[in-house]
Write a protein of this length. Structure first.
Length: 324
């Protein structure tokens, strides 16, 4: 029986999918992706801790590494070349507005607008918040147990932030993602919940249990965690904190082949910026889709295989029976 081998033309694809995972900021430990072991994952269910951010537009990679020639002789002529710097940039547009896409598309802290206390003084990044309620034992990443009286104050469709009280510490704060770097002691006990990425949407309320529509990024809440209602999100142009994440971009070809661009460390390098995409090219001033623009600088990691410093891994998994 003869085997039907196929040629390997350039992949034909429509869109690019983006996945991000938090870098441990205190140790600068990224999340690594192994295409040999994980390359066939379900694009709608990425392996933990990767978070799917859906389709993106206008994905562009820009290598900015510099090389230089080593000259010798009279007159000087190239003898060899060396790499003077290892740098790269990535840019694209998010097709959806979520907490994480907003955070990644800005260069500073991204905050939760906590529900305000009664008659609280207004503030640009959220007034004094209503008192947080304690998360009880027995809670999971998808089911949050409260007292009966506390649970009665929440409804399906509410957004909640779950994290610890701020206790006067400095350094990176937020579980499991570092949402900010505190340089000097603050007075807001709710500050960690303002910047936390441990946010979920309530799908239903069953007695004293809040059932979430998706698992919390931080998993099972810590015993000291408290919960507050979130009205929306806010970020600021300016500041000294930079978001840093591991990133994975996937291009799937029409024959089932896959191209992966894995950046172990990406830091946001642009302030918040949006662009409008017209939904009716023939009509000026008509409906337009507002997209989030994102631009990142790639930071190097040292590959344990041979000690080389790299900023990106490009992997290719061929289609079945494709000639190599």
């Amino acid at each position: 029986m003869s085997q039907n081998w196929i040629s390997a033309p350039a992949p034909v694809t429509r869109r690019v999918r983006a996945y991000f995972a938090p870098v441990a900021r205190t140790t600068q430990t990224p999340v690594l992706f192994d295409a040999s072991a994980q390359g066939d994952f379900d694009l709608d269910a990425p392996p933990l801790p990767w978070i799917s951010l859906g389709w993106i537009k206008d994905f562009a990679r820009k290598p900015t590494s510099k090389t230089a020639a080593v000259l010798t002789g009279i007159p000087a002529a190239p003898l060899d070349q060396v790499r003077e710097s290892v740098q790269a940039e990535v840019s694209f547009q998010f097709s959806s507005w979520t907490k994480l896409t907003m955070a990644l598309a800005t260069g500073s802290q991204h905050m939760n607008l906590l529900a305000p206390a009664t008659e609280a003084t207004a503030s640009a990044d959220g007034a004094t918040a209503a008192t947080a309620v304690s998360v009880l034992s027995g809670s999971t990443a998808t089911a949050i147990v409260l007292s009966l009286s506390d649970a009665s104050n929440f409804s399906a469709g509410d957004i909640v932030a779950i994290d610890a009280d701020y206790g006067g510490t400095t350094g990176y704060v937020g579980t499991p993602v570092s949402g900010a770097y505190v340089k000097s002691v603050l007075s807001d006990v709710d500050y960690i919940r303002r910047v936390t990425f441990n946010v979920g949407l309530i799908a239903s309320v069953n007695a004293a249990t809040l059932a979430l529509a998706a698992a919390l990024p931080g998993g099972v809440p810590a015993t000291s965690a408290k919960l507050q209602k979130v009205i929306g999100f806010v970020d600021r142009e300016g500041g000294s904190f930079y978001q840093e994440w591991s990133a994975l971009f996937v291009i799937e070809g029409s024959q089932g082949e896959r191209i992966f661009f894995h950046y172990p460390r990406l830091q946001s390098m642009a302030s918040a910026e949006e662009s409008a995409e017209s939904l009716d090219a023939k009509q000026k001033g008509g409906l337009a889709r507002v997209l989030l623009n994102a631009r990142f600088m790639a930071f190097p990691v040292t590959d344990v295989l041979d000690g080389e410093r790299v900023v990106c891994y490009r992997s290719f998994l061929p289609a079945a029976n494709a000639l190599v």
